[in-house]
Design a protein around this ligand. Structure first.
Ligand code: GSH
Length: 105
C-alpha cells in the first residue's frame, strides 16, 4: 500500500506461511526472524513493517505518508507499533495464526 501511495512500481513474492515458506533458508537470508513482510530494494532487504513504511516514505518521491501535523503523525506512528496486549480487542482481525490491531481515527 505504501509503495502504491508513492507510485512506485513493485513486484511481490508469495510466501505461504502455512507451508512455512518463511522458514526456508533463502527467505531467512533476507529476514532472519522468518516473518513477513520484507522489502527488497536495490537488492538489499529491509525488515519490520514500521521500518519498511518509514523507509519507503524517505526513499521515494511522491506524497508524504506521514502528515506534517505532529499529533496526527504521532497517532499514525503509534498505530504502527506492535501492542500485543491489545490484540483481539478494538476490532482486531485474525490473519492466519496472528491477531492484528486495527485502529481508526
Ligand atoms: N514486527 C513484525 C511482525 C511480522 C509478523 O509477525 N508477521 C507474521 C505475519 S503477519 C509472520 O510472518 N508470521 C510467520 C510466523 O510466525 O511463522 C513486523 O511488523 O514486520
Amino acid at each position: 500500500m505504501a509503495l502504491e501511495e508513492k507510485g512506485v512500481k513493485w513486484t511481490s513474492r508469495y510466501i505461504d506461511l502455512f507451508k512455512f515458506d518463511q522458514m526456508k533458508p533463502e527467505y531467512i537470508a533476507l529476514n532472519p526472524d522468518g516473518v513477513v513482510p520484507t522489502l527488497v530494494h536495490d537488492g538489499k532487504p529491509i525488515c519490520e513493517s514500521t521500518i519498511i513504511n518509514e523507509y519507503i516514505d524517505a526513499a521515494f518521491e511522491g506524497p508524504k505518508l506521514v502528515p506534517a501535523d505532529p499529533l496526527r503523525a504521532a497517532r499514525i506512528q503509534s498505530d504502527q507499533h506492535p501492542r500485543p496486549w491489545l490484540r483481539g480487542h478494538r476490532g482486531g482481525e485474525r490473519h492466519g495464526r496472528h491477531h492484528h490491531q486495527c485502529c481508526r481515527y
